[in-house]
Write a new protein. Structure first.
Length: 481
């Protein structure tokens, strides 16, 4: 196959050149009736089409979409690749539906993305959560240890597979080839949430990609690091441990019946760009990130996550284009530092948590972007230095006991209950706090007294909370027994 091709993109432009009468959706008629603020992007909106002759159908691809997916499969080393227009979330959900039926077990890292919750609710699977390694200095979760995975495989011989994160949101990878070997030894499939690692195959200075490490399926957010439009992703299958037809049926059920051709075309174009220019673009990104690291590492009160902090089971490698910057020695939370950088220095970072900032140097990052970041952090150190270091977080409560599956709890009657009264009740929602990004509660888990105490600490500090109906944590939604 010729990676210089972009068959879907070419077909869309060929369609536009035919100057058809447009008696079909979408209503804006290739930008003609778009609202005034978007008149300047009419050229792109010409490609916002629907399933017309010659443009194929994502739910039954036989033409240009099929070829575009085949080109992606060849480039990434997959047996089959599916284009996703509902983000990596839909890929993770589809894989869990393909692997599990109600009540069947699946092995998962506790710090899995919230997309896992949707997959557990749709499939009815019973999660077996494995605790990841935590890097205490940064308060962040890394990967699973081979020992934890081996023990879980032995204790749960009927589990339908193992899900891994490669890399984490913080750019950390575990010893994935070894984890895959442990699972394959007992014929269990391994599926990878590789949302943040689509760029790995295109530069030798990056960690090895999940498919190269032997996984049976990988989901990648092409939009995060590959250059496609937000919400466009890829799902790769390799080998026969994950059923292709079950996966395709699950995707057809979950994905929009009106997929965006802008998203699909962006996947095709971004794939071609990675194939032809990926090495060059990533060399620039890696070099820029290296320069920024060298400067920031000399700033007092700033600590960067480096290879020296790893070298342990569960924390094997690091994406050099993702900078984790701890500001706790400045006496600031990551949230406070991010707000100051945005407000005073025009710097927007990828993410902040209690201790850290996460900065992404991607294929489109400019030297000016890096200069503003460095200047902003230099000024932050100058202005805020001399404070007492930020206090450590309390120890995490033990993993809660699962009383119901997430699906059972989600479908059960529930009601809000004041947090102070929640001990002993079954949680009906998902609660996640950073650090360390490990969900504290899943639907179906019992809320213990230690959990109530920890959540009260979180509430008192007004930390960022994901999941609950009441993000202020005055109450939690619990199952009505």
């Amino acid at each position: 196959m010729n990676q210089q091709e972009a068959p879907l993109l070419a077909a869309l432009y060929a369609h536009c050149a035919r100057d058809y009468a447009h008696l079909h959706v979408p209503a804006h008629r290739q930008g003609e009736a778009v609202f005034p603020e978007w008149q300047g992007v009419k050229e792109i909106l010409q490609l916002d089409l629907t399933e017309l002759p010659g443009l194929d159908d994502l739910h039954r691809p036989e033409g240009v979409i099929a070829r575009a997916q085949a080109l992606a499969a060849e480039l990434f080393g997959a047996g089959q690749t599916f284009f996703l227009v509902n983000g990596s979330t839909v890929g993770i959900t589809a894989l869990l539906l393909a692997l599990c039926r109600p009540g069947e077990e699946i092995l998962l890292p506790r710090n899995a993305h919230r997309a896992v919750l949707g997959g557990l609710i749709f499939s009815g699977a019973k999660p077996v959560f494995l605790e990841p390694v935590v890097l205490e200095e940064f308060g962040i979760a890394a990967g699973l240890t081979p020992r934890a995975v081996a023990g879980a495989l032995e204790k749960h011989p009927l589990a339908k597979g193992l899900l891994v994160i490669h890399p984490t949101y913080y750019g950390i990878t575990g010893d994935l080839p070894r984890l895959v070997g442990l699972a394959h030894r007992v014929n269990k499939p391994v599926v990878a949430d590789e949302a943040h690692g689509v760029h790995f195959p295109f530069h030798e200075g990056l960690p090895p990609p999940a498919l190269q490490c032997g996984v049976d399926a990988a989901v990648q957010s092409m939009h995060k690091m590959g250059g496609s439009l937000t919400q466009s992703s890829l799902l790769h299958l390799k080998g026969n441990r994950v059923d292709v037809q079950k996966t395709a049926r699950a995707l057809s059920l979950l994905q929009s019946s009106s997929p965006s051709y802008l998203l699909l075309a962006s996947l095709d174009g971004a794939r071609r760009q990675l194939a032809t220019r990926g090495r060059e673009m990533l060399e620039r990104a890696v070099s820029l990130a290296r320069e920024v690291r060298q400067i920031l590492s000399r700033l007092p009160g700033i600590t960067l996550l480096e290879e020296e902090h790893l070298g342990r089971p569960g924390a094997h490698g690091l994406d050099p284009t993702r900078l984790v910057v701890s500001v706790r020695s400045l006496g600031l939370t990551g949230y406070q530092a991010a707000r100051i950088l945005a407000r005073d220095y025009r710097v927007q970072v990828e993410m902040a948590d209690y201790y850290n900032l996460v900065v992404v140097v991607g294929i489109g990052t400019t030297r000016r972007d890096c200069h503003l970041l460095v200047r902003g952090l230099q000024e932050l150190v100058r202005r805020e230095g001399g404070r007492q270091p930020l206090g450590a977080c309390p120890e995490l409560p033990p993993l809660p006991l699962a009383r119901l599956t997430p699906r059972q709890a989600w479908l059960a009657p529930s009601r809000p209950l004041p947090l102070r009264e929640c001990a002993g009740h079954i949680c009906a929602e998902w609660v996640n706090v950073s650090p360390p990004g490990i969900p504290l509660l899943y639907p179906g888990e019992e809320i213990g007294p230690e959990m109530v105490e920890y959540l009260q600490w979180v509430r008192n500090l007004s930390l960022f909370v994901q999941g609950p109906e009441d993000p202020g944590l005055a109450s939690l939604r619990v199952v009505v027994c």
